[in-house]
Design a protein around this ligand. Structure first.
Ligand code: UDP
Ligand code: MG
Length: 330
């Protein structure tokens, strides 16, 4: 870790003109007080329809520590964060919402944990003041369902307020997924992770940009990204159904209509197709088969400083490229 590390903060903004002045003031006040750190802020305007872009330019005007990105249209929260991650140069990158529900004052604690050696430091919500009962209850149930179905442990009660070490950012930024679900990708990557608790406060201004449709889309994305369960569900239903049908015939000596057997068989066949689709989906997402955390003894000639061209000329993330070299060495 450099003696004066650069801390980047990525802030996705969609129709946030009402709050940005306050956000920038509080954020820069915190960042300027960070001991022995340089900082930069990357604001990403995700195709706002209001004066967000103008407001960003005026409230940050001339600050050399600020970078502004503007997407052509509204691509969504996750894509906006990804654009910011790809632009951020920091040794550690914090991602946070623009609406001050993620308090900037927590950043020093995130940085402290990172300095203690953690690659991922997530901010864990202990309360969600100012959010509708519907949102609190559905989020609670959804994340517990996701944790039960996911094939990797999923951090509970965390959104996208977290700090990522450069090694994690490098990996995430290079993943070619068209529909990113970053909190799932962070869990999948498996870097050492800790969390810091905080109280999520109400928005001081503006309204939530997460419509019901956007929430449903994010939930679907999370489930498909983290869990094989949706693809496997038809096979599980079909096998359970056929098992129940067989028991009925064997124990109760009832004859069952042909339609009952046909339904079970069709569900199992759908499940088989689902399994193939899942494998195709996995290949298309282009995630590497594994991610290397470190190696001892260090690579001869030292660690490469950035993404390494693979033998076929494509540039892969550093950790992946190291993995590929390991495989080649076996
Ligand atoms: N956001 C975005 N694109 C969108 C929706 C939201 O960049 O399509 C940003 C938004 O400006 C905010 C963050 O994502 O910085 C979280 O959105 P919001 O506060 O509306 O979500 P909520 O806290 O209500 O879940
Ligand atoms: Mg919010």
């Amino acid at each position: 870790m450099p003696s004066t590390p650069l801390i980047s903060v990525v802030v996705p903004c969609y129709d946030e003109e009402a709050v940005l002045e306050r956000t920038h003031r509080r954020l820069t006040a915190v960042l300027r007080r960070l001991p022995d750190c340089a900082h930069e802020v990357v604001y990403v305007d995700d195709g706002s329809r209001d004066g967000t872009w103008r407001t960003l330019a005026s409230v940050t005007g001339g600050d050399p520590a600020v970078r502004l990105l503007r997407l052509t249209r509204n691509f969504g929260h996750q894509q906006a964060i990804l654009a910011g991650l790809r632009a951020a140069a920091g040794d550690a990158v914090v991602t946070m919402d623009a609406d001050l529900q993620d308090p900037p004052e927590l950043i020093p604690e995130l940085v402290e944990r990172w300095r203690a050696g953690w690659s991922v430091v997530s901010a864990r919500r202990t309360s969600r003041a100012g959010e509708s009962r519907f949102k609190v209850v559905t989020a609670h149930v959804y994340y517990r369902l996701l944790a039960a179905l996911a094939d990797q442990p999923v951090a509970l009660d965390t959104g996208d307020f977290r700090l990522l070490d450069r090694s994690v950012v490098r990996l995430l930024a290079e993943l070619p997924e068209g529909e990113p679900y970053l909190r799932g990708s962070v869990c999948w990557a498996g870097f050492p992770e800790t969390s810091v608790a905080y109280e999520r406060l109400p928005r001081p201004a503006g309204r939530s940009k997460y419509s019901l449709r956007k929430m449903a889309d994010l939930s679907r994305r999370g489930l498909v990204s983290c869990s094989p369960a949706p693809a496997r569900a038809p096979a599980v239903i079909g096998l359970t159904w056929l098992g129940g049908a067989a028991m009925t015939v064997a124990v109760r000596r009832h004859r069952l209509p042909l339609a009952a057997w046909t339904f079970g068989c069709e569900a199992v066949l759908l499940g088989l197709l689902g399994e193939y689709l899942r494998l195709v989906h996995r290949e298309l997402r282009g995630r590497p088969p594994y991610v290397l955390l470190e190696r001892h003894p260090p690579q001869p000639g030292g660690q490469p400083a950035g993404p390494v061209p693979a033998p076929d000329g494509t540039v892969r993330p550093l950790a992946v490229a190291r993995g590929a070299q390991d495989r080649a060495a076996q």
